[in-house]
Design a protein around this ligand. Structure first.
Ligand code: DC
Length: 231
């Protein structure tokens, strides 16, 4: 008999290492991994390409009108070992990670119509369970029935340092202060928006990983996963 499949929801602040952990867990369990932040980033990139959103203006109506024409998909990259984001069949994995997208994504992800479309697609991806999904509203809105909910936090400067190193490793020309500001500003916007603000689900287990290594987090989480599978 094959093992029971569960739904694992990982929420938390930006750059808390959610996706690194989620990927490892999904790989160990042979589950699907979905980075929902990549979906909000791809819609933001679309809005930027069409000049619907800039630092000063946001033509929400134009974006809402186009929502049916925005096709998002993930395709597994065998070499990299994870699924990359495609926007209307074009690989946008690199473009969606830039600081320009990071600066505008909280505006776009506050639009209820955008959230409605993406939440529906996310629920469809997880309908058969066997999924690890990370984001801001997975345990509260997308899968309120998830068997395991985790909520990741870490101090803002620890998170900014991680993000800074990640971008430097990719060869981007980045400024630490700008990244720290972006991390803090996104925390504020994501936690105070009206629709589905970032908040810890009452039944989520909180992990402050400011001083916790990846191996320790992974082991703790896998033990929780095994408990839930046995239940
Ligand atoms: O996980 P990330 O930092 O790549 O996410 C980018 C932004 O997308 C984040 O600042 C808020 C938004 N987001 C969201 O509103 N809901 C989600 N489920 C995932 C991300």
């Amino acid at each position: 008999m094959s093992a029971k499949k569960i739904t694992i929801a990982i929420d938390g602040f930006s750059s808390t290492g959610k996706s690194t952990l989620a990927k490892e867990i999904a790989k160990a369990l042979n589950y699907i991994y979905v980075d929902t932040g990549a979906m909000y980033r791809a819609v933001t990139l679309y809005a930027m390409q069409n000049k619907y959103v800039t630092g000063d203006n946001f033509n929400t109506k134009a974006l809402i009108n186009d929502l049916n024409a925005i096709k998002l998909s993930f395709k597994f990259n065998e070499v990299l070992g994870f699924a990359e984001m495609y926007l209307n069949n074009i690989n946008v994995e690199k473009e969606i990670r830039t600081i320009e997208v990071s600066k505008l994504v909280s505006k776009v992800s506050a639009v209820s119509e955008v959230r409605k479309k993406l939440v529906k697609e996310q629920q469809e991806m997880g309908k058969d369970k066997g999924i690890v999904m990370d984001g801001r509203d997975i345990g509260t809105v997308v899968f309120p029935e998830a068997e395991l909910k985790l909520f990741m936090t870490a101090s803002a400067d620890r998170r900014a340092i991680r993000r800074y190193k990640e971008l430097l490793d990719r060869g981007d020309d980045v400024n630490y202060e700008e990244i720290l500001q972006n991390v803090q500003e996104r925390d504020r916007l994501d936690s105070t928006r009206k629709d589905s603000p970032l908040t810890k689900a009452v039944d989520a287990i909180e992990f402050d990983n400011s001083d916790m290594g990846l191996k320790e987090q992974y082991e703790r989480i896998m033990s929780l996963v095994n408990d839930r599978i046995k239940q």
